[in-house]
Design a protein around this ligand. Structure first.
Ligand code: BGC
Ligand code: BGC
Length: 839
């Protein structure tokens, strides 16, 4: 096998060509699998063959050939690059002839992630006009705008938010999927985008994965049964041409391949499975996608047998394009090229050679463009590969009708703002909610009598962001209130309306206290929103503070009030306590904006009879313990109905809380370090002055520092440092260096919650690398009477030269002069109250 470094003398082009000719992935002998010859090398002949059904009409082919012949090399390279609207201007799109833009989960027009719909359309026009401008002598090929409309047009305020895929998987209703695709396409067209990065066809095998809810099911057959329908709903059938003339957009099946098959469910991780499993579990949904003529495929961040997908020629080219005959184009994921062996975010010809046609280079589009162009000019990248990639992109643009379409605002459905959250779309979403609910227990309390007195409790009862999950308005789906969801209905409002319509009454009380004794209570609890690796967990336990409503259930039942538990969740989790402490238990998944769908099934008609029965069944197994060591509680396909015979409840075993924990992104919480972490105070000018802070009160820095406990949220939930003067450094460090490259790439912040009673003369946030490198960012933390959660983008620290793959102390608060500061929490996340500027 050839190695990039060893063969350097023969020139890059020779390596690229040689490895491709041999059908091998670009980064061959991968460092982590030195002993495994052929690891990550697929055998296309063992995979099922397909035929891409989309016609390439002769006039269109001739037109594409003519365009290609007239394009300069720079124009061709431009087509291969996709920038994020955060980090590119229309002027730059004009200058560099970029083929595409996207809005990442946290990007919105003019810097506003929650921008009104008309701003999205206005910006679409601006980018379109820039891309089609020919005044500089270019060909003016229109750009295509991609967005993550993954459960409805989910970045847009007011759009219909459908249940996340896991809930649709519970519904087992193929026709419903196609209708959802069609409604989503229509809403996307209102704001001028043409491309959605959906459907996700992951087949999650380990539900500790933070993206499990983006997959329909752990069963490849269920996923495969949905894919074609979703693609058809979005794009129209494979013979549909000129999509923009109708209510369509192009789709993207993602993430190729085995995004749901990584070891331990680690996001962007490695899947060490065999080629047969790769094909039969994770490859299965791509067949129906290709049979429906899906226009694009997004390559996965993850790797197979140690080789990153984005650099795997045998899979992207050998299997997907050649064996499966995929005729659209392959887009890479968010700077995923930077993870390919031998690549950086700024340079990665390997991805193109492996089979990527378009680079998603959100904030790195310029260096990627420069690098590809320079290498192409130097003859290091074969023109044939560039031409093939451009041709694929142009074919998709041609089929879309983009090459002849007017500006976005002049197209079908553009600016029809009433279509966003239109009643017929909301009805469809409500139907999807109804069909997705899974009943795990019913001792007879359901259906609820409409004429009775209902108490609705739990932290999820009246929280539309929580019931919508990640990828909703913002990337993580956090930082939102019900006011951000005009026209939407929470689970509480749905129940309230249904009970009142039946002549009864309802009271909302998150903590379960009530003014008048209810006949029954619904307690809504579950996961908080998350996306991607932010949702990775060490076990299948519900995060600790979110189990609070279990107490509410217990208390209500002790008073003789029957309890219906409604769980909002992206995945099956160990919640035996909640199952034990309820009289009925309903899994609502992440239902989205139409909470009435829950009431439709839970509340009976005037005669107390069910109006709608449960139809949902588990799309994956339900765990018996957080670590799944004792097998499953319920199998895939399980789900009760109103007709199910009543059986006596057998108490489920409850596991000790300590066995449940495990959120690796929290390093210091409630005033104490997490396991394997420690808090230190030192004088940076005095080697050896370091004191580990354990029990308090304590003194350090030879009497200059007094450390005590103060209350924050919980008793003694913070550590207070009163420093009389001089230099001091508070640090939170791990016994092993940690790797936070993924988080840095995604613009995650270092969050720390402090109360500053006396601000020092100077203060800074520092990070210490395993190689001794320090990155320092001066900040300003004014005195404040309350605790404030500050956030510093990790990128600020990376830019100062620290290796994010090996960080020893990710948080050091340095100060000079007298100060009085209490520290409550240090972790990673997006939910800062105050974002600190990069100095
Ligand atoms: C995700 C993709 C998404 C892209 C654009 C990536 O981080 O993995 O699923 O389409 O970002 O937002
Ligand atoms: C973007 C997402 C993207 C993620 C990559 C975020 O900053 O908003 O769209 O998927 O980074 O992990």
């Amino acid at each position: 096998m050839m190695h990039y470094g060893k063969a350097a003398a023969t020139g890059l082009a020779a390596i690229l060509l040689a490895s491709c000719a041999a059908g091998q992935p670009m980064q061959m002998a991968s460092a982590s699998y030195p002993e495994r010859e052929g690891a990550g090398l697929a055998h296309p002949e063992l995979w099922p063959a397909f035929e891409y059904p989309v016609a390439n009409p002769a006039p269109a082919e001739a037109r594409i050939a003519r365009l290609l012949a007239r394009m300069t090399l720079a124009e061709k390279i431009g087509q291969l690059v996709q920038a994020d609207i955060c980090c590119v201007t229309p002027e730059e799109v004009r200058t560099y002839n970029l083929g595409s833009v996207l809005n990442g989960g946290n990007s919105g027009p003019y810097g506003n992630d929650l921008a009104p719909a008309r701003d999205w359309l206005r910006l679409a026009d601006e980018f379109w006009a820039a891309s089609t401008d020919t005044s500089d002598g270019g060909l003016g090929i229109p750009l295509v705008w991609g967005t993550d409309a993954v459960h409805g047009h989910s970045n847009i305020v007011g759009a219909t938010i459908f249940p996340h895929n896991i809930g649709l998987g519970a519904a087992r209703d193929v026709a419903l999927i196609e209708r959802i695709g069609a409604a989503t396409a229509r809403e996307i067209r209102v704001t001028g985008q043409e491309w959605t990065f959906a459907p996700t066809v992951a087949v999650p095998q380990d539900f500790r994965w933070g993206r499990a809810y983006e997959g329909y099911s752990s069963d490849p057959a269920i996923v495969a049964s949905y894919v074609g329908a979703m693609v058809r709903g979005l794009q129209g059938g494979p013979d549909n041409q000129n999509l923009l003339a109708g209510p369509y957009v192009i789709a993207s099946t993602k993430h190729f391949l085995a995004d749901g098959g990584t070891d331990n469910g680690t996001d962007q991780g490695d899947s060490s499975i065999s080629e047969q499993e790769l094909r039969d579990i994770h490859g299965t949904p791509y067949g129906p996608a290709i049979a429906e003529g899906v226009s694009t495929v997004m390559a996965s961040f993850s790797s197979w047998q140690g080789v990153k997908m984005t650099g795997n020629h045998s899979l992207l080219t050998g299997v997907l394009k050649e064996r499966m005959d995929f005729g659209g184009f392959v887009v890479s994921d968010w700077n995923a090229h930077g993870q390919v062996a031998g690549c950086t975010n700024e340079s990665c010809p390997q991805a193109l050679m492996a089979g990527i046609d378009m680079y998603m280079a959100p904030d790195t589009w310029r260096p990627i463009y420069d690098d590809l162009l320079a290498r192409a000019q130097a003859g290091e990248i074969p023109l044939s590969r560039i031409d093939d990639a451009v041709t694929r992109i142009l074919r998709v643009k041609e089929r879309l009708g983009l090459l002849d379409a007017p500006r976005p605002s002049e197209r079908l459905l553009s600016g029809d703002y009433d279509l966003l959250g239109a009643p017929e779309h909301r009805d469809l979403a409500r139907e999807a909610v109804r069909r997705s609910l899974v009943l795990l227990r019913n001792d007879g309390v359901l259906p609820l009598a409409p004429g009775g007195r209902l108490l609705v409790a739990g932290d999820g009862a009246d929280d539309i962001a929580k019931q919508s999950g990640g990828w909703t308005l913002s990337w993580q789906g956090t930082g939102l209130t019900n006011a951000n969801f005009p026209g939407a209905t929470s689970i509480w409002s749905g129940l309230h309306a249904a009970v009142e319509a039946g002549g009864g009454s309802a009271e909302l009380s998150p903590d379960g206290t009530f003014t008048r004794r209810p006949d029954a209570a619904v307690v809504v609890f579950g996961e908080e929103p998350y996306a991607e690796f932010q949702g990775d967990r060490a076990t299948l336990a519900l995060d600790h503070p979110l189990t609070g409503p279990f107490e509410t259930m217990r208390a209500l039942r002790e008073q003789g009030i029957p309890v219906v538990a409604v769980m909002v969740t992206g995945r099956p989790l160990y919640v035996n306590e909640a199952l034990n402490n309820s009289d009925a238990f309903v899994v609502a998944w992440l239902p989205g904006s139409e909470g009435q769908g829950v009431a439709d099934v839970l509340v009976g008609d005037a005669g107390g009879k069910a109006q709608f029965d449960f139809t949902g069944t588990l799309p994956a197994v339900w765990p018996l313990t957080p670590d799944m060591a004792d097998g499953t509680l319920y199998p895939l396909g399980h789900g009760l109905t109103y007709a199910s015979p009543r059986t006596a409840w057998t108490e489920l075993p409850v596991v000790a809380a300590a066995a449940q924990a495990g959120d690796s992104r929290i390093w210091f919480a409630e005033g104490v370090p997490a396991a394997a972490w420690s808090l230190h105070i030192a004088d940076p000018t005095q080697p050896g002055s370091q004191t580990r802070v354990t029990t308090v009160p304590a003194e350090a820095l030879q009497g200059r520092a007094r450390i005590s406990a103060v209350n924050h949220v919980v008793q003694e939930g913070a550590r207070r440092f009163e420093i009389s003067g001089g230099e001091a450094a508070l640090s939170v460090s791990n016994i092993e260096p940690i790797d936070i490259t993924r988080e840095t790439n995604a613009d995650i912040m270092l969050l720390f919650t402090v109360k500053v009673d006396a601000a020092p003369a100077a203060i800074g946030v520092e990070m210490l690398g395993a190689d001794g490198t320090r990155a320092a960012n001066p900040v300003s933390l004014p005195a404040n009477a309350r605790f404030v959660r500050y956030g510093l983008p990790l990128k600020c620290l990376r830019e100062k030269g620290i290796d994010m793959a090996r960080v020893t102390a990710p948080f050091i608060l340095t100060s000079e002069g007298r100060s009085d500061i209490a520290l409550a929490e240090v972790r990673l996340g997006m939910d800062a109250e105050v974002v600190l500027p990069c100095a």
